[in-house]
Design a protein around this ligand. Sequence first.
Ligand SMILES: Cc1cc2nc3c(=O)[nH]c(=O)nc-3n(C[C@H](O)[C@H](O)[C@H](O)COP(=O)(O)O)c2cc1C
Length: 368
Amino acid sequence: MSQTAAEPLKFAYWVPNVSGGLVISSIEQRTSWDIDYNRKLAQIAEASGFDYALSQIRFTAGYGADSQHESVSFSHALLAATEKLRVIAAVLPGPWHPALLAKQIATISQLTNGRVDVNVVSGWFRGEFAAIGEPWLDHDERYRRSEEFIRAIRGIWTEESFNLRGDFYRFNDYAVKPKPIGQPQVFQGGSSRAARDMAARVSDWYFTNGNTPEGLRAQVDDIRTKEKTFGKSWRTKVGINSFGIVRETEQEAKAVLNEIIEKAIPQAVQGFHHEVQNAGNASPEREGNWAKSTLEDLVQYNDGFRSNLIGTPEQVAERIIGLKRAGADLILLGFLHFQEEVEYFGKHVLPLVRELEANEAQASIAAE
Ligand SMILES: Cc1cc2nc3c(=O)[nH]c(=O)nc-3n(C[C@H](O)[C@H](O)[C@H](O)COP(=O)(O)O)c2cc1C
């Protein structure tokens, strides 16, 4: 059976635990980063068919985001308010030591029936590291540390007594008790050569910025080749970011995109552009997350417009299937008006996606 027919796509939404919304624009965004709004949003998402919520980690203000709730504690609060939803807590090696994270997640897993996962990010915001006195490693060194971090947390969760003599971390017969319930899934964010190699060696999930199906396919092919080279025994799943603007007509949806861009906050977008030169674009081969982003793309922090989920429910469902054919296992979504649009998406887009997936499955069986 083809990849498209094999498994239903998963859906995730960005948790707005950072102020200012997900676009650097003065357009109205009916959203909030407070806990009451977020609890209700998580409940709406769960009822609307979303599988995951992804929190963000930021330590300081910058580029349209003044205030931020910490991701692990915030994720726990959302898990406590829901029953089925999995919540992915974003963490940064450096500020987090793997012993602390492994222990925190083991406890949260125990308290929430094993619904917590982690997104290990490697850092793009140099000013944030400076503000908290954390050394700023080179791009590829950050990934070497992240890889060791992932090996450490997985080892702590799975082995009775964990030992590691690494370049960044050391463990001596360390035993976490209790262990998590089931295995927390390890996601990672980033698109550079180093990010793809790390995915092909250790991660369960690879999250990448918004992209076209062709752009996504090139990354997935690369990861599949590298998995073989490295002898990885499981398939890395792939999640792609997108910014959903789904409206009754295509014109309406496009008008919203135009308004977001017209009302972009130039100074903040320029500042963000400058900052990400230090991150994605600074990787040695220049294939990082923001290497190809235009200023318009950067109005959405993670190139979400490039995935083009902007149009009618039918158009968006078709394009989601296009991303699935290119190798996506999960679609990550941000919205302007989170609660309203998560619900609309669940009602009007998800059933169409499921219908298209069922058709593809039937066609694939018929062809066998
Ligand atoms: C879906 C997604 C979520 C991310 N979340 C965060 C985050 O919460 N905090 C953060 O500092 N970086 C986050 N990042 C940034 C990445 O971890 C990484 O530092 C950045 O993409 C540059 O990587 P690259 O040079 O390998 O492309 C995220 C990236 C992606 C694709």
